[in-house]
Design a protein around this ligand. Structure first.
Ligand code: GDP
Length: 299
């Protein structure tokens, strides 16, 4: 598993240092708390989550009469794991033959790549996947999804740039039915930051989906780039509150020392992290497992 988590090496530097600092103190001192705070912020756990965690640890030290740094470290590992919640795999429809997954994310976040990675993964697991190029605003987004589709041998339903995303989704639902697909992944708008009304667009798309699949959509995932840190989180929270987000995919965990961002995401958005992106290749996506993630950070 060392190998499996090599993508975390840059983030690990903080946690292994953090581990050492606490581990060495056979007393719980103010210096230790300060260093703990500095390291948590350096790993990009974020100010809110860091202060919440510190408060919780202080409370536990008192309640459980902890004496040593290593007891605090153990408590920290437990609290970090609890913060991430239980592993939450993709939800598949129990009642309809088709599961529909909507994916949103700011341009450049790694949305298209993550959709291809998920499609490839599901295909390997035996699902019959189809993709809809619903991010119709940028011609490049459509082309890129089509390229991925060819590479991983998954059909992509698309229309010309600037066409109605709802019409693309309608086509894709019909195609899914005709081909007997069991998973449809819809690439939707990448314009989260403009005045553009994503909420309205999603409402329309949902209505169309429900004509074909009454219990759909089954997932609404937001792709978030780990390297953009706390700023991205502010924006994500605004959407999470209004659109019924069911999970997030955190990308580029391999290119950041700020992987502690995952804790801020889970704490702030209150939805599970479903996958993390660990590189640019199609296989570089792993289902998120809180326990092994935390273990790997301290290893
Ligand atoms: P989109 O505009 O959100 O659809 O973003 P893309 O899917 O085009 O990805 C933007 C860039 O990020 C591309 O160069 C991808 O190869 C890269 N990328 C996506 N996910 C990851 C990841 O997990 N790790 C790394 N290192 N790069 C990634």
């Amino acid at each position: 598993s060392e190998q499996r988590f090599s993508f975390l090496s840059r983030t690990k530097q903080w946690f292994s240092r953090l581990g050492a600092t606490i581990q060495e103190s056979d007393q719980i001192t103010d210096e230790m708390w300060e260093e703990l705070e500095d390291l948590m912020l350096a790993a990009d756990i974020g100010p809110n989550t860091t202060s919440w965690l510190l408060k919780r640890l202080h409370q536990r030290v008192e309640e459980e009469h902890m004496q040593t740094g290593s007891q605090v470290q153990q408590a920290l590992r437990e609290e970090l794991t609890a913060l991430l919640g239980k592993p939450t795999p993709l939800h598949f429809s129990q009642t309809s033959p088709l599961t529909v997954i909507l994916v949103i994310g700011v341009n450049g976040s790694g949305k298209t790549t993550s959709i291809a990675k998920m499609a490839n993964r599901l295909t390997n697991e035996g699902h019959k996947v189809i993709l809809a190029a619903g991010d119709t605003f940028r011609a490049a987004a459509i082309d890129q999804l089509k390229e991925w589709g060819e590479r991983i041998n998954v059909p992509v339903i698309s229309q010309s740039p600037n066409s109605d995303p709802g019409a693309v989704v309608y086509d894709a639902l019909q195609a899914a039915q005709n081909r007997g697909s069991d998973v449809l992944i819809v690439d939707t708008a990448g314009r989260l930051h403009t005045k553009y009304n994503l909420m309205e667009e999603l409402r329309k798309i949902n209505k169309i989906i429900q004509k074909f699949v009454p219990d759909g959509p089954h997932e609404l995932l937001m792709v978030i780039d780990a390297t953009t840190g706390q700023n991205a989180l502010l924006q994500a929270r605004k959407f999470a509150e209004h659109i019924g987000l069911t999970g997030v995919v955190i990308t580029k965990m391999d290119s950041t020392a700020k992987g502690g961002f995952a804790f801020a995401v889970a704490d702030d958005l209150g939805v599970p992290i479903k996958f993390i992106g660990t590189g640019e290749k199609v296989g570089d996506l792993i289902p998120f497992d809180p326990k092994s993630f935390v273990s790997a950070l301290f290893a």
